[in-house]
Design a protein around this ligand. Structure first.
Ligand SMILES: [Zn+2]
Length: 288
């Protein structure tokens, strides 16, 4: 991507290197007040993909890192630029579609673990959106995990991850997220999974729409960038991750969609740039 000289967002909260206070008498996870729901980038059954990351959540507790490497600072700057781009793009889309003024989420950068309105967030969960505080949370080392463990890299692939989480924020602003969560609480697990898949594919679609506008407004995306983003959508498909982790896939347990579906909806968003095509809840299982 061509990102030189681009605006950096001010809606970014940098909590990197801060102790997170997880020891303060919370009495374990059960003592947390969970306000709002979390949507993760990837499904629950990641197996070995993120196993190495688990447990590292409280490693840096009480320590405060103040000097970052050049690479860490570059990644943080990149995240601020992409957040700013999503603000510019979604402000324009909201105007074009008479949706009022776009209220951006805050992007929270953290290391290890951090508290959220949805409970304790940790690096092992991957990037996520919490509707309770309307924040996107990301530990930037996830990009390294993507590269080293999933073989997905490139700045549009990384930007796609942020744009996907912003996609959940769009779902929140349009009410889709809340409606789906209500239905999910009143149905069986396998039905709830189906709603989840539709929410996730919609977020992938919105990430594609963002990329469409990013390309149109800033002329920043080339074919290689696009291939890298599609590759990212592929390696975070439920079937791909499950096969990788356990050798086989269990479709009923899918919460994010297959590789094919994730690529399809991202590409549809990129090609059309048309938010009215966000029809994942209108599709049958066969056409999804
Ligand atoms: Zn998601």
């Amino acid at each position: 991507m061509r990102l030189e000289g681009r605006r950096e967002s001010e809606n970014v909260e940098d909590r990197r290197g801060m102790g997170t206070g997880t020891k303060i008498g919370l009495g374990g996870i059960g003592g947390l007040i969970i306000a709002g729901l979390i949507t993760l980038l990837m499904g629950g059954n990641l197996g070995d993909v993120l196993e190495q990351a688990s447990g590292m959540g409280i490693q840096n507790e009480g320590t405060t890192q103040t000097n970052f490497t050049e690479e860490e600072q570059q990644l943080a700057q990149f995240a601020r630029i992409i957040e700013a781009s999503t603000e510019d793009v979604w402000s324009q889309i909201f105007r074009e579609n008479g949706l009022g003024e776009y209220q951006p989420p805050t992007l929270v950068l953290y290391t290890g673990s951090t508290s959220t309105a949805c409970g304790q967030g940790s690096k092992a969960m991957g990037p996520f959106y919490c509707s309770g505080d309307q924040n996107l949370y990301i530990d930037l080392s996830f990009f390294q995990t993507m590269q080293q463990q999933l073989g997905a890299s490139g700045d549009l692939a990384y930007a796609y991850v942020i744009a996907h989480e912003v996609g959940h924020h769009i779902e929140y602003l349009t009410g889709t997220l809340q409606q789906a969560h209500q239905r999910m609480q009143a149905t069986s697990q396998s039905n709830a999974n189906k709603y989840s898949v539709r929410l996730e594919l919609m977020a992938d679609f919105y990430a594609g729409v963002w990329a469409h506008y990013e390309s149109r407004m800033f002329g920043s995306i080339n074919d290689k960038d696009l291939m890298e983003a599609i590759k990212c959508a592929q390696v975070i498909g439920d079937d791909y991750l499950q096969k990788r982790a356990q050798g086989y896939a269990v479709p009923e347990s899918f919460t994010h969609g297959t590789s094919e579906q994730r690529m399809k909806w991202f590409k549809l968003g990129f090609q059309t740039g048309d938010v009215r095509r966000a029809t994942t809840f209108q599709e049958s299982d066969a056409t999804l």
